[in-house]
Ligand binder design. Structure first.
Ligand SMILES: [Zn+2]
Length: 616
Protein backbone atom coordinates (compact mmCIF):
# COMPACT_ATOMS: atom_id res chain seq x y z
CA UNK A 1 0.00 0.00 0.00
CA UNK A 2 2.85 2.34 0.54
CA UNK A 3 5.80 2.99 -1.67
CA UNK A 4 9.12 2.04 -0.30
CA UNK A 5 11.74 2.55 0.85
CA UNK A 6 15.39 3.18 1.23
CA UNK A 7 17.20 1.58 4.11
CA UNK A 8 18.73 4.35 6.11
CA UNK A 9 22.02 2.98 7.37
CA UNK A 10 24.15 -0.04 8.03
CA UNK A 11 26.27 -0.24 11.19
CA UNK A 12 27.98 -3.05 13.11
CA UNK A 13 24.77 -5.19 13.11
CA UNK A 14 23.53 -4.12 9.66
CA UNK A 15 20.52 -2.52 11.33
CA UNK A 16 18.24 -1.01 8.69
CA UNK A 17 14.83 0.60 8.87
CA UNK A 18 12.84 -0.04 5.67
CA UNK A 19 9.67 1.69 6.81
CA UNK A 20 8.94 4.45 7.62
CA UNK A 21 11.59 6.48 5.84
CA UNK A 22 13.23 9.50 7.35
CA UNK A 23 11.16 12.70 7.10
CA UNK A 24 8.12 10.78 5.81
CA UNK A 25 4.74 12.41 6.37
CA UNK A 26 2.31 9.91 7.85
CA UNK A 27 -1.41 9.78 8.50
CA UNK A 28 -2.75 10.97 11.86
CA UNK A 29 -2.80 7.79 13.98
CA UNK A 30 -1.96 6.91 17.57
CA UNK A 31 0.16 3.82 16.80
CA UNK A 32 1.87 2.57 13.70
CA UNK A 33 4.20 -0.11 12.45
CA UNK A 34 7.91 0.13 11.80
CA UNK A 35 10.02 -2.60 10.24
CA UNK A 36 13.45 -3.41 8.91
CA UNK A 37 16.23 -5.94 9.29
CA UNK A 38 19.25 -6.68 11.43
CA UNK A 39 21.90 -9.35 11.84
CA UNK A 40 19.99 -12.53 12.79
CA UNK A 41 20.12 -13.32 16.50
CA UNK A 42 20.14 -9.66 17.58
CA UNK A 43 17.76 -8.12 20.11
CA UNK A 44 15.84 -5.13 18.77
CA UNK A 45 13.89 -2.46 20.62
CA UNK A 46 12.01 0.57 19.33
CA UNK A 47 11.69 3.49 21.72
CA UNK A 48 12.34 1.03 24.53
CA UNK A 49 9.82 -1.67 23.57
CA UNK A 50 10.93 -5.04 22.35
CA UNK A 51 10.47 -6.26 18.73
CA UNK A 52 10.70 -9.92 17.75
CA UNK A 53 13.46 -10.66 15.22
CA UNK A 54 12.86 -13.37 12.61
CA UNK A 55 15.62 -15.88 11.97
CA UNK A 56 16.22 -14.21 8.59
CA UNK A 57 16.81 -10.90 10.38
CA UNK A 58 13.49 -9.17 9.59
CA UNK A 59 11.78 -7.36 12.46
CA UNK A 60 8.44 -5.61 12.83
CA UNK A 61 6.85 -3.63 15.64
CA UNK A 62 3.61 -1.76 16.23
CA UNK A 63 4.39 1.17 18.50
CA UNK A 64 2.56 4.16 19.99
CA UNK A 65 3.34 7.53 18.40
CA UNK A 66 2.64 11.20 19.13
CA UNK A 67 1.29 13.93 16.86
CA UNK A 68 3.76 16.31 15.23
CA UNK A 69 7.44 15.50 14.73
CA UNK A 70 8.17 12.06 16.09
CA UNK A 71 11.40 10.13 16.55
CA UNK A 72 11.73 6.35 16.34
CA UNK A 73 14.94 5.22 18.05
CA UNK A 74 15.77 1.66 17.06
CA UNK A 75 18.41 -0.13 19.08
CA UNK A 76 19.92 -3.49 18.24
CA UNK A 77 22.25 -5.57 20.41
CA UNK A 78 24.07 -8.86 19.93
CA UNK A 79 26.80 -9.99 22.30
CA UNK A 80 29.02 -6.92 22.76
CA UNK A 81 27.86 -5.19 19.55
CA UNK A 82 25.35 -2.35 19.58
CA UNK A 83 23.76 -0.66 16.58
CA UNK A 84 21.25 2.18 16.55
CA UNK A 85 19.15 3.91 13.92
CA UNK A 86 16.94 6.94 14.23
CA UNK A 87 14.04 7.79 11.94
CA UNK A 88 12.20 11.08 12.25
CA UNK A 89 8.71 11.32 10.76
CA UNK A 90 5.91 13.85 10.81
CA UNK A 91 2.42 13.01 11.99
CA UNK A 92 -0.06 15.80 11.35
CA UNK A 93 -1.40 17.40 14.48
CA UNK A 94 -4.88 16.19 15.33
CA UNK A 95 -7.60 18.15 13.56
CA UNK A 96 -7.47 21.41 15.40
CA UNK A 97 -10.31 22.98 17.29
CA UNK A 98 -10.36 25.74 19.83
CA UNK A 99 -12.85 27.22 22.22
CA UNK A 100 -10.99 30.54 22.45
CA UNK A 101 -12.97 32.34 19.79
CA UNK A 102 -15.76 32.02 17.26
CA UNK A 103 -14.11 31.03 14.00
CA UNK A 104 -14.60 29.37 10.60
CA UNK A 105 -11.86 26.96 9.55
CA UNK A 106 -10.29 28.41 6.36
CA UNK A 107 -11.31 26.50 3.23
CA UNK A 108 -14.03 24.49 5.00
CA UNK A 109 -17.09 26.13 3.41
CA UNK A 110 -19.21 23.81 1.25
CA UNK A 111 -20.52 23.39 -1.42
CA UNK A 112 -17.59 23.65 -3.84
CA UNK A 113 -17.62 26.13 -6.74
CA UNK A 114 -18.42 26.65 -9.57
CA UNK A 115 -21.88 25.43 -8.51
CA UNK A 116 -24.72 25.13 -11.01
CA UNK A 117 -28.07 23.96 -9.69
CA UNK A 118 -31.73 23.74 -10.63
CA UNK A 119 -34.76 24.83 -8.64
CA UNK A 120 -35.75 22.17 -6.04
CA UNK A 121 -32.27 20.58 -6.05
CA UNK A 122 -31.07 19.65 -2.58
CA UNK A 123 -27.54 20.71 -1.78
CA UNK A 124 -25.51 20.31 1.39
CA UNK A 125 -24.19 23.43 3.07
CA UNK A 126 -21.40 22.79 5.54
CA UNK A 127 -18.39 24.30 7.28
CA UNK A 128 -16.02 23.62 10.18
CA UNK A 129 -15.79 26.08 13.06
CA UNK A 130 -15.93 26.49 16.82
CA UNK A 131 -17.57 23.35 18.28
CA UNK A 132 -20.69 23.26 20.48
CA UNK A 133 -22.24 26.36 18.87
CA UNK A 134 -25.36 27.12 16.86
CA UNK A 135 -25.10 27.63 13.11
CA UNK A 136 -27.32 28.57 10.20
CA UNK A 137 -26.99 29.64 6.60
CA UNK A 138 -28.90 32.43 4.85
CA UNK A 139 -29.75 32.65 1.13
CA UNK A 140 -29.16 36.37 0.74
CA UNK A 141 -31.35 36.85 -2.34
CA UNK A 142 -34.47 35.29 -0.79
CA UNK A 143 -33.83 35.66 2.94
CA UNK A 144 -34.36 31.87 3.42
CA UNK A 145 -32.69 30.59 6.58
CA UNK A 146 -31.24 27.07 6.59
CA UNK A 147 -30.64 25.57 10.05
CA UNK A 148 -27.34 23.73 10.41
CA UNK A 149 -26.60 21.04 13.01
CA UNK A 150 -23.24 20.03 14.43
CA UNK A 151 -22.38 16.48 13.35
CA UNK A 152 -21.35 13.87 15.93
CA UNK A 153 -17.53 13.72 16.32
CA UNK A 154 -16.06 12.48 13.05
CA UNK A 155 -13.33 9.88 12.85
CA UNK A 156 -10.38 11.40 11.03
CA UNK A 157 -8.93 8.01 10.14
CA UNK A 158 -11.27 5.95 7.95
CA UNK A 159 -9.02 2.88 7.46
CA UNK A 160 -10.19 0.99 10.52
CA UNK A 161 -13.73 0.46 9.27
CA UNK A 162 -12.50 -2.22 6.88
CA UNK A 163 -9.07 -3.24 8.14
CA UNK A 164 -9.29 -3.33 11.87
CA UNK A 165 -10.80 -5.76 14.28
CA UNK A 166 -14.50 -5.39 14.97
CA UNK A 167 -13.56 -5.26 18.63
CA UNK A 168 -13.63 -1.55 19.48
CA UNK A 169 -11.02 -1.91 22.22
CA UNK A 170 -8.49 -2.64 19.47
CA UNK A 171 -9.53 0.23 17.22
CA UNK A 172 -6.80 2.35 15.70
CA UNK A 173 -8.18 5.83 16.27
CA UNK A 174 -7.78 7.55 19.61
CA UNK A 175 -10.48 9.93 20.77
CA UNK A 176 -8.08 12.85 20.39
CA UNK A 177 -8.30 12.34 16.61
CA UNK A 178 -12.03 12.93 16.42
CA UNK A 179 -13.02 16.07 14.57
CA UNK A 180 -15.45 18.41 16.27
CA UNK A 181 -17.23 21.48 14.96
CA UNK A 182 -18.53 20.30 11.56
CA UNK A 183 -21.89 21.93 10.83
CA UNK A 184 -24.18 20.73 8.08
CA UNK A 185 -27.57 21.68 6.65
CA UNK A 186 -29.65 21.05 3.53
CA UNK A 187 -30.68 23.78 1.14
CA UNK A 188 -33.56 23.25 -1.26
CA UNK A 189 -32.84 25.57 -4.16
CA UNK A 190 -35.61 28.17 -4.43
CA UNK A 191 -37.48 28.68 -7.66
CA UNK A 192 -35.51 31.50 -9.25
CA UNK A 193 -34.00 30.09 -12.44
CA UNK A 194 -31.39 32.12 -14.24
CA UNK A 195 -30.45 33.86 -10.97
CA UNK A 196 -27.31 33.77 -8.94
CA UNK A 197 -27.69 32.93 -5.24
CA UNK A 198 -25.36 34.10 -2.49
CA UNK A 199 -24.91 32.21 0.78
CA UNK A 200 -23.81 33.56 4.15
CA UNK A 201 -22.92 31.23 7.04
CA UNK A 202 -23.49 32.22 10.68
CA UNK A 203 -22.16 30.89 13.96
CA UNK A 204 -23.06 31.92 17.53
CA UNK A 205 -22.67 30.41 21.02
CA UNK A 206 -25.66 28.82 22.75
CA UNK A 207 -26.47 29.27 26.46
CA UNK A 208 -24.02 27.54 28.79
CA UNK A 209 -26.48 24.83 29.92
CA UNK A 210 -26.97 23.73 26.33
CA UNK A 211 -23.22 23.48 25.78
CA UNK A 212 -22.90 21.32 28.88
CA UNK A 213 -25.66 19.03 27.61
CA UNK A 214 -23.96 18.61 24.26
CA UNK A 215 -20.55 17.92 25.77
CA UNK A 216 -22.13 15.32 28.07
CA UNK A 217 -23.51 13.49 25.05
CA UNK A 218 -19.90 12.91 23.90
CA UNK A 219 -18.28 11.30 26.95
CA UNK A 220 -15.12 10.62 24.90
CA UNK A 221 -14.29 14.27 24.74
CA UNK A 222 -12.49 15.69 27.69
CA UNK A 223 -13.07 19.41 28.16
CA UNK A 224 -12.80 21.57 31.24
CA UNK A 225 -15.93 23.53 32.27
CA UNK A 226 -13.69 26.60 32.40
CA UNK A 227 -12.97 26.31 28.67
CA UNK A 228 -16.65 25.88 27.94
CA UNK A 229 -17.53 28.98 29.95
CA UNK A 230 -15.28 30.94 27.60
CA UNK A 231 -17.59 30.10 24.70
CA UNK A 232 -20.58 31.78 26.25
CA UNK A 233 -18.58 34.95 26.78
CA UNK A 234 -18.55 35.69 23.04
CA UNK A 235 -21.22 38.14 22.17
CA UNK A 236 -22.92 38.30 18.78
CA UNK A 237 -22.64 36.25 15.62
CA UNK A 238 -19.67 35.37 13.48
CA UNK A 239 -20.50 35.39 9.73
CA UNK A 240 -18.81 34.36 6.51
CA UNK A 241 -19.98 34.62 2.88
CA UNK A 242 -19.24 32.34 -0.07
CA UNK A 243 -16.93 34.26 -2.38
CA UNK A 244 -18.97 33.48 -5.51
CA UNK A 245 -22.61 32.85 -6.26
CA UNK A 246 -24.58 29.72 -7.05
CA UNK A 247 -25.86 29.73 -10.64
CA UNK A 248 -29.44 28.52 -10.96
CA UNK A 249 -29.74 26.95 -14.41
CA UNK A 250 -32.75 28.02 -16.46
CA UNK A 251 -35.41 25.37 -17.22
CA UNK A 252 -35.22 26.19 -20.91
CA UNK A 253 -33.45 25.46 -23.12
CA UNK A 254 -32.01 22.24 -21.66
CA UNK A 255 -28.28 21.78 -22.06
CA UNK A 256 -26.75 18.59 -23.37
CA UNK A 257 -23.32 17.03 -22.91
CA UNK A 258 -21.64 14.34 -24.96
CA UNK A 259 -19.13 11.85 -23.56
CA UNK A 260 -15.76 12.27 -25.20
CA UNK A 261 -13.88 9.47 -23.41
CA UNK A 262 -14.52 5.92 -24.47
CA UNK A 263 -14.36 4.65 -20.90
CA UNK A 264 -16.31 7.21 -18.90
CA UNK A 265 -17.54 6.13 -15.46
CA UNK A 266 -20.78 7.64 -14.16
CA UNK A 267 -20.69 8.12 -10.40
CA UNK A 268 -23.37 8.45 -7.72
CA UNK A 269 -22.01 11.82 -6.50
CA UNK A 270 -19.01 14.13 -7.03
CA UNK A 271 -15.98 11.83 -6.61
CA UNK A 272 -18.24 9.09 -5.14
CA UNK A 273 -18.93 5.44 -6.08
CA UNK A 274 -19.55 3.95 -9.51
CA UNK A 275 -23.05 3.80 -10.98
CA UNK A 276 -22.23 2.84 -14.60
CA UNK A 277 -18.85 1.73 -15.91
CA UNK A 278 -17.34 1.72 -19.41
CA UNK A 279 -19.65 4.23 -21.13
CA UNK A 280 -18.57 4.69 -24.77
CA UNK A 281 -17.78 8.05 -26.37
CA UNK A 282 -20.67 9.76 -28.17
CA UNK A 283 -23.33 9.04 -25.52
CA UNK A 284 -25.49 12.07 -24.75
CA UNK A 285 -27.11 13.15 -21.50
CA UNK A 286 -28.92 16.16 -20.08
CA UNK A 287 -26.84 18.58 -18.00
CA UNK A 288 -28.41 19.05 -14.56
CA UNK A 289 -25.72 20.89 -12.62
CA UNK A 290 -22.13 21.20 -11.66
CA UNK A 291 -20.08 21.17 -8.47
CA UNK A 292 -16.41 22.10 -8.75
CA UNK A 293 -14.83 19.78 -11.38
CA UNK A 294 -17.90 17.46 -11.43
CA UNK A 295 -20.79 17.63 -13.86
CA UNK A 296 -24.25 16.39 -12.82
CA UNK A 297 -26.35 14.53 -15.40
CA UNK A 298 -30.07 13.87 -15.35
CA UNK A 299 -30.27 10.22 -16.40
CA UNK A 300 -33.99 9.59 -15.80
CA UNK A 301 -36.72 11.32 -13.78
CA UNK A 302 -35.29 9.96 -10.54
CA UNK A 303 -31.72 8.98 -11.37
CA UNK A 304 -28.81 11.41 -11.50
CA UNK A 305 -25.15 10.70 -12.18
CA UNK A 306 -21.86 12.57 -12.04
CA UNK A 307 -18.87 12.62 -14.41
CA UNK A 308 -15.65 14.65 -14.44
CA UNK A 309 -16.00 17.86 -16.50
CA UNK A 310 -12.96 16.73 -18.51
CA UNK A 311 -14.93 13.68 -19.78
CA UNK A 312 -17.66 15.64 -21.58
CA UNK A 313 -18.19 18.19 -24.33
CA UNK A 314 -20.79 20.88 -23.57
CA UNK A 315 -22.89 20.89 -26.75
CA UNK A 316 -24.21 24.17 -28.16
CA UNK A 317 -27.80 25.14 -27.42
CA UNK A 318 -30.15 23.48 -29.90
CA UNK A 319 -28.21 20.20 -30.17
CA UNK A 320 -30.24 17.00 -30.34
CA UNK A 321 -31.48 16.37 -26.81
CA UNK A 322 -31.44 12.94 -25.15
CA UNK A 323 -34.63 10.90 -25.33
CA UNK A 324 -35.36 7.84 -27.48
CA UNK A 325 -37.82 4.97 -27.89
CA UNK A 326 -36.77 1.35 -28.05
CA UNK A 327 -38.94 -0.41 -30.62
CA UNK A 328 -37.18 -3.63 -31.60
CA UNK A 329 -34.77 -6.07 -30.01
CA UNK A 330 -33.20 -9.11 -31.58
CA UNK A 331 -30.79 -11.78 -30.49
CA UNK A 332 -28.01 -13.11 -32.70
CA UNK A 333 -26.45 -16.44 -31.78
CA UNK A 334 -22.71 -16.94 -32.20
CA UNK A 335 -20.14 -19.56 -31.33
CA UNK A 336 -20.33 -19.93 -27.50
CA UNK A 337 -21.98 -16.54 -27.28
CA UNK A 338 -25.12 -14.59 -28.03
CA UNK A 339 -25.62 -10.92 -28.80
CA UNK A 340 -28.66 -8.91 -27.69
CA UNK A 341 -29.01 -6.02 -30.15
CA UNK A 342 -31.07 -2.96 -29.33
CA UNK A 343 -31.56 0.12 -31.49
CA UNK A 344 -31.06 3.27 -29.37
CA UNK A 345 -30.83 6.46 -31.39
CA UNK A 346 -29.14 8.69 -30.27
CA UNK A 347 -26.98 6.56 -27.96
CA UNK A 348 -27.82 6.83 -24.24
CA UNK A 349 -26.10 5.89 -20.96
CA UNK A 350 -26.68 2.33 -19.80
CA UNK A 351 -26.05 0.10 -16.82
CA UNK A 352 -25.60 -3.67 -16.90
CA UNK A 353 -26.49 -5.63 -13.76
CA UNK A 354 -26.10 -9.33 -13.07
CA UNK A 355 -28.27 -11.49 -10.89
CA UNK A 356 -26.54 -14.88 -10.89
CA UNK A 357 -29.09 -16.32 -8.41
CA UNK A 358 -31.99 -15.68 -10.78
CA UNK A 359 -29.79 -16.37 -13.82
CA UNK A 360 -30.79 -12.98 -15.18
CA UNK A 361 -28.87 -10.13 -16.77
CA UNK A 362 -30.44 -6.71 -16.63
CA UNK A 363 -29.69 -3.75 -18.88
CA UNK A 364 -31.00 -0.30 -17.95
CA UNK A 365 -31.14 2.45 -20.54
CA UNK A 366 -31.34 5.99 -19.14
CA UNK A 367 -33.38 8.67 -20.88
CA UNK A 368 -35.17 5.99 -22.90
CA UNK A 369 -38.84 4.92 -23.16
CA UNK A 370 -40.53 1.82 -24.45
CA UNK A 371 -42.34 1.37 -27.68
CA UNK A 372 -41.26 -2.24 -27.85
CA UNK A 373 -43.56 -4.42 -29.97
CA UNK A 374 -41.10 -7.02 -31.20
CA UNK A 375 -38.32 -9.16 -29.78
CA UNK A 376 -36.91 -11.58 -32.31
CA UNK A 377 -35.05 -14.63 -30.96
CA UNK A 378 -32.40 -16.28 -33.09
CA UNK A 379 -33.53 -19.89 -33.11
CA UNK A 380 -29.92 -21.01 -33.53
CA UNK A 381 -29.18 -19.62 -30.06
CA UNK A 382 -29.60 -21.78 -26.96
CA UNK A 383 -28.27 -19.36 -24.34
CA UNK A 384 -31.25 -17.05 -23.85
CA UNK A 385 -34.55 -18.34 -22.56
CA UNK A 386 -36.58 -15.16 -22.90
CA UNK A 387 -36.35 -11.36 -22.55
CA UNK A 388 -38.74 -9.08 -20.65
CA UNK A 389 -38.86 -5.30 -21.02
CA UNK A 390 -40.31 -2.85 -18.50
CA UNK A 391 -40.53 0.88 -17.82
CA UNK A 392 -40.09 1.17 -14.04
CA UNK A 393 -39.67 4.96 -14.16
CA UNK A 394 -40.18 7.72 -16.69
CA UNK A 395 -36.96 7.78 -18.71
CA UNK A 396 -35.73 4.40 -17.45
CA UNK A 397 -36.11 1.39 -19.75
CA UNK A 398 -35.18 -1.98 -18.35
CA UNK A 399 -34.46 -5.27 -20.10
CA UNK A 400 -34.35 -8.53 -18.17
CA UNK A 401 -32.55 -11.25 -20.07
CA UNK A 402 -33.42 -14.67 -18.63
CA UNK A 403 -30.56 -17.02 -19.42
CA UNK A 404 -30.89 -20.67 -20.28
CA UNK A 405 -27.22 -21.35 -19.50
CA UNK A 406 -26.16 -22.52 -16.07
CA UNK A 407 -23.56 -19.88 -15.46
CA UNK A 408 -22.79 -16.43 -16.81
CA UNK A 409 -19.10 -16.32 -17.78
CA UNK A 410 -18.74 -12.73 -18.93
CA UNK A 411 -20.11 -10.16 -21.32
CA UNK A 412 -19.23 -7.14 -23.41
CA UNK A 413 -21.55 -4.12 -23.71
CA UNK A 414 -20.96 -1.51 -26.40
CA UNK A 415 -22.53 0.59 -29.12
CA UNK A 416 -21.90 -0.18 -32.75
CA UNK A 417 -23.22 2.95 -34.40
CA UNK A 418 -26.64 3.44 -32.81
CA UNK A 419 -27.02 -0.23 -31.99
CA UNK A 420 -26.42 -1.33 -28.42
CA UNK A 421 -24.90 -4.81 -28.37
CA UNK A 422 -24.66 -6.98 -25.29
CA UNK A 423 -22.50 -9.94 -26.11
CA UNK A 424 -22.94 -12.70 -23.54
CA UNK A 425 -20.32 -15.44 -23.23
CA UNK A 426 -21.13 -19.02 -22.46
CA UNK A 427 -19.26 -20.82 -19.68
CA UNK A 428 -17.26 -23.94 -20.50
CA UNK A 429 -19.29 -26.96 -19.44
CA UNK A 430 -18.59 -28.34 -15.97
CA UNK A 431 -15.22 -30.11 -15.86
CA UNK A 432 -12.02 -30.34 -13.90
CA UNK A 433 -9.53 -29.74 -16.65
CA UNK A 434 -7.82 -26.52 -17.72
CA UNK A 435 -7.06 -27.89 -21.18
CA UNK A 436 -7.36 -25.17 -23.81
CA UNK A 437 -8.36 -22.38 -21.40
CA UNK A 438 -6.69 -19.04 -21.88
CA UNK A 439 -5.41 -17.29 -18.73
CA UNK A 440 -4.04 -13.80 -18.37
CA UNK A 441 -1.91 -13.63 -15.23
CA UNK A 442 -0.94 -10.20 -13.97
CA UNK A 443 2.03 -9.80 -11.63
CA UNK A 444 1.05 -6.57 -9.82
CA UNK A 445 3.20 -3.39 -9.80
CA UNK A 446 6.30 -2.29 -11.76
CA UNK A 447 7.85 0.14 -12.20
CA UNK A 448 6.65 1.02 -8.68
CA UNK A 449 7.92 -1.57 -6.19
CA UNK A 450 4.57 -2.04 -4.43
CA UNK A 451 5.00 -2.92 -0.77
CA UNK A 452 8.50 -3.62 0.57
CA UNK A 453 9.35 -6.27 3.17
CA UNK A 454 11.55 -5.92 6.27
CA UNK A 455 14.61 -7.31 4.51
CA UNK A 456 13.94 -5.26 1.37
CA UNK A 457 12.11 -7.80 -0.84
CA UNK A 458 9.87 -5.79 -3.18
CA UNK A 459 6.30 -6.79 -3.88
CA UNK A 460 6.78 -6.43 -7.65
CA UNK A 461 9.55 -9.04 -7.51
CA UNK A 462 7.58 -11.40 -5.24
CA UNK A 463 4.49 -11.07 -7.48
CA UNK A 464 6.49 -11.78 -10.63
CA UNK A 465 8.09 -14.92 -9.23
CA UNK A 466 4.71 -16.31 -8.12
CA UNK A 467 3.21 -15.46 -11.54
CA UNK A 468 6.05 -17.20 -13.39
CA UNK A 469 5.52 -20.30 -11.27
CA UNK A 470 1.77 -20.20 -11.83
CA UNK A 471 2.30 -19.83 -15.60
CA UNK A 472 4.51 -22.93 -15.67
CA UNK A 473 2.03 -24.96 -13.61
CA UNK A 474 -1.01 -23.83 -15.64
CA UNK A 475 0.79 -24.71 -18.88
CA UNK A 476 1.56 -28.13 -17.52
CA UNK A 477 -2.23 -28.54 -17.12
CA UNK A 478 -2.70 -27.72 -20.81
CA UNK A 479 -3.77 -24.08 -20.38
CA UNK A 480 -2.52 -21.15 -22.43
CA UNK A 481 -1.01 -18.38 -20.30
CA UNK A 482 -0.26 -14.78 -21.14
CA UNK A 483 1.60 -12.71 -18.56
CA UNK A 484 0.92 -8.95 -18.51
CA UNK A 485 4.64 -8.59 -17.70
CA UNK A 486 7.30 -11.27 -17.61
CA UNK A 487 10.17 -9.16 -16.27
CA UNK A 488 10.61 -5.98 -14.25
CA UNK A 489 9.70 -3.67 -17.12
CA UNK A 490 7.19 -0.88 -16.53
CA UNK A 491 3.50 -1.52 -17.17
CA UNK A 492 0.85 1.07 -16.26
CA UNK A 493 -2.07 -0.22 -14.17
CA UNK A 494 -4.74 0.59 -16.76
CA UNK A 495 -2.89 -1.30 -19.53
CA UNK A 496 -3.19 -4.58 -17.62
CA UNK A 497 -6.94 -5.20 -18.05
CA UNK A 498 -6.62 -3.94 -21.66
CA UNK A 499 -4.15 -6.75 -22.37
CA UNK A 500 -6.60 -9.32 -20.97
CA UNK A 501 -9.49 -7.99 -23.06
CA UNK A 502 -7.35 -7.86 -26.20
CA UNK A 503 -6.03 -11.38 -25.62
CA UNK A 504 -9.60 -12.66 -25.12
CA UNK A 505 -8.80 -14.15 -21.75
CA UNK A 506 -11.03 -16.85 -20.32
CA UNK A 507 -9.92 -15.88 -16.83
CA UNK A 508 -7.82 -13.12 -15.31
CA UNK A 509 -5.81 -13.38 -12.11
CA UNK A 510 -3.81 -10.51 -10.67
CA UNK A 511 -1.11 -11.52 -8.19
CA UNK A 512 -0.23 -9.22 -5.29
CA UNK A 513 1.15 -9.30 -1.78
CA UNK A 514 -0.30 -7.07 0.86
CA UNK A 515 0.62 -4.26 3.22
CA UNK A 516 -1.55 -2.20 5.52
CA UNK A 517 -2.24 1.49 5.80
CA UNK A 518 -0.59 3.31 8.68
CA UNK A 519 -2.18 2.92 12.07
CA UNK A 520 -3.43 -0.62 11.47
CA UNK A 521 -2.06 -3.32 13.71
CA UNK A 522 -0.18 -5.77 11.45
CA UNK A 523 -0.18 -8.51 14.09
CA UNK A 524 -3.97 -8.88 14.03
CA UNK A 525 -4.56 -7.90 10.38
CA UNK A 526 -2.63 -10.12 7.99
CA UNK A 527 -2.79 -13.24 5.86
CA UNK A 528 -4.49 -14.33 2.65
CA UNK A 529 -7.20 -12.32 0.86
CA UNK A 530 -9.01 -12.46 -2.50
CA UNK A 531 -10.95 -9.70 -4.32
CA UNK A 532 -13.57 -9.62 -7.08
CA UNK A 533 -15.79 -6.93 -8.63
CA UNK A 534 -18.56 -8.46 -10.77
CA UNK A 535 -20.97 -11.07 -9.40
CA UNK A 536 -19.89 -13.50 -12.16
CA UNK A 537 -16.39 -13.48 -10.59
CA UNK A 538 -17.57 -14.11 -7.02
CA UNK A 539 -17.59 -17.91 -7.32
CA UNK A 540 -14.01 -17.94 -8.65
CA UNK A 541 -12.93 -15.66 -5.77
CA UNK A 542 -14.59 -17.96 -3.25
CA UNK A 543 -13.07 -21.13 -4.71
CA UNK A 544 -9.53 -19.71 -4.92
CA UNK A 545 -9.79 -18.16 -1.45
CA UNK A 546 -10.99 -21.47 0.05
CA UNK A 547 -8.16 -23.38 -1.64
CA UNK A 548 -5.51 -20.90 -0.43
CA UNK A 549 -6.84 -21.07 3.15
CA UNK A 550 -6.81 -24.89 2.97
CA UNK A 551 -3.34 -25.22 1.53
CA UNK A 552 -1.30 -22.40 3.07
CA UNK A 553 -0.66 -22.18 6.76
CA UNK A 554 -1.50 -18.46 6.97
CA UNK A 555 -4.26 -16.42 8.66
CA UNK A 556 -7.41 -15.61 6.70
CA UNK A 557 -7.57 -11.89 5.86
CA UNK A 558 -10.88 -12.33 4.08
CA UNK A 559 -12.70 -12.33 0.79
CA UNK A 560 -13.75 -8.95 -0.61
CA UNK A 561 -15.80 -7.13 -3.20
CA UNK A 562 -13.30 -4.48 -4.31
CA UNK A 563 -13.59 -1.80 -6.95
CA UNK A 564 -10.18 -2.43 -8.52
CA UNK A 565 -9.11 -1.43 -12.03
CA UNK A 566 -7.88 -4.91 -12.90
CA UNK A 567 -11.09 -6.65 -11.80
CA UNK A 568 -13.55 -4.27 -13.53
CA UNK A 569 -13.54 -5.65 -17.08
CA UNK A 570 -16.74 -7.60 -17.72
CA UNK A 571 -15.61 -10.13 -20.34
CA UNK A 572 -14.32 -12.91 -18.07
CA UNK A 573 -14.13 -13.92 -14.39
CA UNK A 574 -11.41 -11.76 -12.82
CA UNK A 575 -9.91 -11.84 -9.35
CA UNK A 576 -7.02 -10.28 -7.48
CA UNK A 577 -5.13 -12.44 -5.00
CA UNK A 578 -3.15 -10.96 -2.10
CA UNK A 579 -1.14 -14.07 -1.28
CA UNK A 580 0.61 -12.96 1.90
CA UNK A 581 1.86 -9.85 3.69
CA UNK A 582 5.14 -8.35 2.53
CA UNK A 583 5.48 -6.53 5.86
CA UNK A 584 5.27 -9.55 8.19
CA UNK A 585 8.82 -10.96 8.60
CA UNK A 586 7.64 -14.61 8.58
CA UNK A 587 5.54 -14.08 5.46
CA UNK A 588 8.27 -12.13 3.65
CA UNK A 589 10.65 -15.01 4.44
CA UNK A 590 8.13 -17.52 3.00
CA UNK A 591 7.79 -15.44 -0.19
CA UNK A 592 11.51 -15.96 -0.84
CA UNK A 593 11.12 -19.73 -0.98
CA UNK A 594 10.29 -21.90 -4.03
CA UNK A 595 8.20 -24.14 -1.81
CA UNK A 596 5.81 -21.35 -0.81
CA UNK A 597 5.44 -20.15 -4.41
CA UNK A 598 4.73 -23.73 -5.47
CA UNK A 599 2.08 -24.04 -2.74
CA UNK A 600 0.40 -20.78 -3.79
CA UNK A 601 0.38 -21.86 -7.43
CA UNK A 602 -1.00 -25.29 -6.52
CA UNK A 603 -3.77 -23.76 -4.37
CA UNK A 604 -4.77 -21.25 -7.06
CA UNK A 605 -5.02 -24.06 -9.64
CA UNK A 606 -7.05 -26.25 -7.24
CA UNK A 607 -9.36 -23.28 -6.67
CA UNK A 608 -9.79 -22.74 -10.42
CA UNK A 609 -10.59 -26.44 -10.89
CA UNK A 610 -13.14 -26.36 -8.05
CA UNK A 611 -14.74 -23.33 -9.70
CA UNK A 612 -14.88 -25.01 -13.11
CA UNK A 613 -16.27 -28.21 -11.71
CA UNK A 614 -18.99 -26.61 -9.62
CA UNK A 615 -22.08 -25.28 -11.34
CA UNK A 616 -24.55 -23.05 -9.56
ZN1 LIG B 1 0.05 -4.76 -4.63
Amino acid sequence: MFLGAIAIKAGPLDLTVVYPVNEQRLQPVDSTFIFGSVEPGSNVSINGSHAAVHKDGGWLAFVPVQPGRFEFVVRAQKNQKIDTATVVVNFPDPPHFSLDSLYFLPGSLEPAFPLWVRPDDRIFVAFSGTPFCHAFCVVENTGDTIPMAELPPQDYYAGRSIFDAADSSRRATPDSLFILGIYKGVLTVPDCDGDELNLTYHLFPPPFQQIVQRVKSHPDIDLLPLQLHKLTSFAGICTKSQPSGIIVLPDNPIQVVEFKDSLTTIRTGPGQGYLCIFQPAGIRAELAGREGPWVKLKLSDYQYGWVPDTAVIFLPTGSIAPGAYIRRIRTVGGRNSVSVNVDVSPTHPFQVLEDPEANVMMVRFFGVSSSTDWIRYDTADTMIDHIVWSQPEPGLYELKIHLAVERLWGYDASYVGNEFQLNIREAPSARRTLLGLRFVIDPGHSPDPGAVGPTGLTEKEANLRIALRLKKDLEREGAQVILTRSDSSALPLYDRPKIAVREQADMFISIHNNALPEGTNPFVNNGISVYYYHPHSAALARAVHDALIDELDLPDFGRYYGNLAVSRPTQYPAILVECAFMTIPEQEALLKTDKFRKNISHAVIEGIKDFLESQP
